[in-house]
Design a protein around this ligand. Structure first.
Ligand SMILES: [Zn+2]
Length: 407
């Protein structure tokens, strides 16, 4: 396969780029060094490059020259996220992070190198490429989210026509043998929303609670009832997770405070359960508070939506993986994960597929440190595979779409 051969020839450059990025990781929406590294890595290619206005994204359009020059050309989007995490690296790497307290602990450095590789392969094969490709280098995946502002800045129409299909991949530092691809059609990752609850009572002396309105037992009751809500009001086959990770109330044992507050992360796997759970949390908190003569203020902070793999796009991506790398390199992922991913904002608007690739360097993949750990280690020998897959998806899907567009 041409893409595999080209990816192999790019191996030293892609590995060097990944290690350079690993040395200088950046967190959040503003990644000037990373942005510059991407721009430099693409500088000698014939691309239309647009830098982000409010964030340091890079969007590059590659125009294919293959097929019939007449008629509409399809547009395929390939995405690589670029940001690191506020983690202090604890790995004895020759290319370890030089930025204190910052680490590419989720492997996004491999994503950037892989997407640069895909760009170079597609550029080389652009006489065969029957559509245009949008290369999406995205900051802020780990928060507060770069995909949405990139869409707001025109990402999906940047090639002059709407993107027809979108693909992304993610590397893992554990769980599967190195080089294994995995994923599933349908829901892949959860929606992750935050909810803030304030139980408002009236403070007083701890010895005379009947003269006050104690918010603490009421807030405790709401926290416990949330778990009953999860199991009694939601289908176990469309699961919801509510975790109260912060609970604050009062200052001293003999003082009843005016209020008590808690914060929860709320995870769901369908748009229906997502909107239902926020409605029911509000109902529960206000209802329990009212039952005790207190009030509740509930604030929802929407996060990333559910990441859903389009059935047809996923089947196409999976078939391409099996064709390129063989059946034994692919594993069906039984369950979705309750983590989240802001590629979901692209997936809400464009049929898309998101696949995972193990980059675990250890033989004992089951007990290797997971992504986000200070010891998460990613083997960059898989980077050319990622580049080849992304390029192959763009080539094949463009040709398919083009054929479909002809009368
Ligand atoms: Zn990640």
């Amino acid at each position: 396969m041409r893409t595999l051969d080209l990816a192999e020839s790019l191996r030293p450059d892609l590995v060097a780029l990944r290690r350079e990025l690993h040395r200088f990781p950046e967190v959040g929406m503003h990644l000037p060094l990373t942005q510059q590294a991407v721009v430099n890595a693409l500088a000698d290619l014939d691309l239309e490059v647009t830098l982000g206005r409010d964030l340091s994204s890079v969007v590059a359009v590659l125009r294919g020259r293959g097929g019939d020059p007449e008629g509409e050309r399809p547009v395929v989007l390939l995405r690589g996220d670029m940001d690191a995490l506020p983690v202090t690296e604890d790995l004895p790497l020759e290319y370890a992070s030089k930025h204190d307290g910052v680490m590419h602990a989720c492997g996004h450095d491999l994503h950037v190198a892989g997407l640069v590789g895909a760009a170079r392969i597609l550029h080389e094969l652009r006489d065969e490429l029957e559509g245009d490709v949008v290369l999406m280098f995205q900051p802020g995946e780990e928060g507060p989210g770069g995909a949405k502002p990139m869409i707001d800045e025109g990402l999906l129409d940047i090639a002059g026509r709407r993107v027809d299909a979108a693909y992304a991949l993610h590397v893992y530092s554990s769980e599967h043998p190195r080089g294994t691809w995995f994923g599933r059609p349908g829901p892949l990752m959860a929606a992750a929303d935050e909810v803030y609850v304030r139980i408002v009572g009236a403070g007083g002396h701890g010895s005379q609670p009947f003269r006050a309105k104690d918010p603490i037992p009421v807030a405790c009751e709401v926290v416990v009832a949330l778990q009953t809500l999860v199991t009694r009001q939601f289908d176990v086959f469309d699961p919801v997770v509510i975790t109260v990770g912060k609970f604050v109330g009062g200052t001293k044992d003999n003082i009843i405070p005016d209020d008590a507050v808690f914060e929860a992360t709320v995870r769901s796997l369908s748009p229906e359960s997502r909107s239902e759970v926020s409605r029911r949390i509000e109902q529960l908190a206000t209802g329990i508070a009212a039952a005790h003569g207190l009030t509740a203020e509930v604030t929802h902070l929407p996060g990333y939506p559910v990441t859903v793999n389009d059935e047809a796009e996923y089947a196409f991506a999976k078939d391409t993986i099996v064709d390129l790398f063989g059946e034994d390199r692919y594993t069906h992922q039984r369950d979705p994960e309750m983590g989240s991913e802001d590629f979901s904002f692209v997936g809400e608007l464009v049929p898309s597929a998101y696949v995972n690739l193990s980059a675990c360097p250890a033989e004992d993949f089951a007990s290797a440190p997971d992504n986000h750990s200070p010891r998460a280690d990613f083997d960059d020998s898989v980077v050319p595979d990622g580049a080849a897959l992304l390029a192959e998806l763009a080539l094949r899907r463009s040709a398919q779409l083009r054929a479909g567009m002809r009368p």
